[in-house]
Design a protein around this ligand. Sequence first.
Ligand code: HEM
Length: 183
Amino acid sequence: MHVPPLERRSTRSFDQNASPSSAITHSRDFSLWSGAVCRVWGAMADAGRKVFSLEDVSVHNHSRDCWLVIGGKVYDVTKFLEEHPGGDEVLLSATGKDATDDFEDVGHSTSARAMMDEYEIGDIDPSTIPSKPTYTPAKQASYNPDKSSEFLIKILQFVVPLAILALAVAVRFLTKNENVNKN
Ligand code: HEM
């Protein structure tokens, strides 16, 4: 049986007049819009965030006012000092610097990391953090100009065992002679 085109279209559940290509265009438009909205929202959120220099953060370094820099973010942990399972001393000693390594070295749990959001107050300006000193291993000397000590060691390696051997033979020889004389 021939089905008229209008009837066939009426079975669609979504946008009766839409062709498949227009549906794709709509979904692409939607994703473009939602992406743009997210970007604007993110930019607004970023604009509201405070950026501190390390100098700003460093003054908050005592038990009544304690800020930490961890993973590029600044945390006011004053209220957490007494609750911190690792103790307050360790947190106070991590002030005035980038405490990321100290924090990571402890191997904090995921629940500890989740708690951090509560204390976050802004971002650190990375340009104010002094760069870490890089370790460059000392180059090995390619030759030893003072060969005399090396030569002496080699000689001693031979002489000392030989001297011990000679001593052992001499002792053995002497004790043997003594026994022969006694008999
Ligand atoms: C906002 C920042 C911090 C939060 C929320 C936090 C939270 C916690 C929590 C919940 C624990 C219990 C163990 C765990 O669940 O991992 C813990 C332990 C500990 N934390 Fe922190 N911590 C922070 C920063 C730091 C920093 C900067 C240091 C080091 C300088 C540190 C040193 C320690 C130590 C030594 C322990 C004890 C580990 C043990 O006994 O096994 N914490 N911390």
